[in-house]
Design a protein around this ligand. Structure first.
Ligand SMILES: [Mn+2]
Length: 366
């Protein structure tokens, strides 16, 4: 009985409800074109909102989580719209992570294990490219930290000659559009403490992260590799749109303007719906709501977008898997803690080879 009591005490000490309530910062417009950094902080008096004046060029602090250190973020002026297709040095390694759903600790430790970032969470991947396949939001308790980490690493990577590419997932667009059903319960509580009518207000187009997210692509091509959260369906291919057209339509929806005419409205409906790139699951057999694409459909899609291969998240697989003769790579192994360790995989493309990146830092061919 004694061991049970101490076990219970130990686990109670690990879960400090006040610590899990720490959140932010959220950087929102203040008076006279200034910025304000809002955080949820806890002290013996309770949970409260703290407001600090800040500005472009200033640094804000993100609090430590678990045994990870806190880090600083330099605020930048509004991000330009990301390009849909980029040429990168063929020798540059590419590290791909799929949906992390608020699991900041698992993401940061995975990146650290593969030296994409260093002990202080700083960029250490040189001219490498980090691709995040969307769905940073929802379910887990630390999406704010993930967003700031990626935002900060983007600039550090650029300085080093590398890059960070956040591709949008359906959960990014859901939160930005006010669909808050899957938020970790921590976040509605944050909205209440911060006195906003909806959590989505903290990611409105006039906030730093809201603007940055709206500048990110839904479809990205690096050389001849496509990176998309869900996938590109034959229905989307049939529209004969370019990658840039598709990104622009989705950006229009997120900005609250779809063009107004019937063609743009109908296009927006397709792109934001189940057969659009954020939700599609047709590369995988056995998803009732999605007609299964054939390998010929996949080949046609890749030809239409001048690509050889597509990397997708969104649909969970037990281990990173080649589909459709290796033209589709399913990357989404849901990150979670299991009794026998952490279940999580990422993908490393090095010298043209695909490697499974394990949580312990090891790699193996896929
Ligand atoms: Mn998803």
């Amino acid at each position: 009985m004694k061991w049970l009591c101490s076990l219970l005490l130990a686990s109670a000490a690990l879960v400090d409800p006040a610590a899990t309530m720490v959140d932010g910062p959220y950087v929102v417009p203040g008076a006279n074109r200034s910025l304000e950094s809002w955080t949820v902080e806890s002290d013996p008096g309770g949970i409260r909102k703290t407001v600090r004046r800040t500005s472009v060029g200033a640094r804000i602090s993100v609090a430590p989580v678990g045994d990870l250190p806190g880090f600083e973020v330099t605020l930048r002026a509004g991000a330009p719209v990301a390009r849909a297709a980029l040429t990168i040095a063929p020798a540059a390694p590419v590290f791909v992570v799929a949906d992390t759903h608020g699991e900041f600790e698992l993401l940061a430790k995975m990146l650290r294990a593969h030296r994409v970032i260093g002990p202080r969470l700083q960029w250490s991947f040189g001219k490498g490219q980090l691709v995040v396949l969307g769905d940073v939001f929802d379910r887990g308790p630390h999406h704010t930290e993930i967003l700031w980490l990626l935002y900060e690493l983007e600039q550090q990577a650029r300085t080093a000659g590398g890059a960070v590419h956040l591709v949008l997932g359906n959960h990014e667009t859901m939160v930005m559009r006010g669909d808050l059903r899957y938020l970790n319960p921590k976040y509605p509580a944050s909205a209440q403490t911060l006195a906003v009518d909806s959590y989505a207000r903290l990611f409105a187009p006039d906030t730093v992260l809201g603007q940055w997210l709206r500048s990110r692509p839904a479809l990205l091509r690096l050389n001849r590799a496509l990176f998309v959260h869900g996938g590109i369906s034959p229905d989307v291919v049939a529209r004969k749109l370019t990658l840039a057209d598709i990104n622009a339509s989705i950006r229009g929806v997120l900005a609250g303007s779809t063009g107004g005419d019937v063609v743009s409205l109908e296009r927006a409906e397709l792109l934001m719906g189940p057969l659009g790139p954020l939700w599609y699951r047709g590369y995988f057999a056995g998803h009732e709501d999605f007609p299964t694409a054939s390998t010929a459909d996949v080949t046609r899609m890749l030809a239409a977008f001048q690509a050889d291969r597509i990397f997708v998240g969104h649909t969970t697989v037990p281990t990173i898997t080649r589909l459709h003769e290796g033209r589709v790579i399913a990357v989404q192994v849901y990150p979670k803690r299991e009794p026998d360790g952490v279940q999580f995989e990422a993908l490393l493309i090095r010298g043209g080879k695909l490697l499974r990146a394990r949580f312990d830092g090891g790699t193996e061919p896929i």
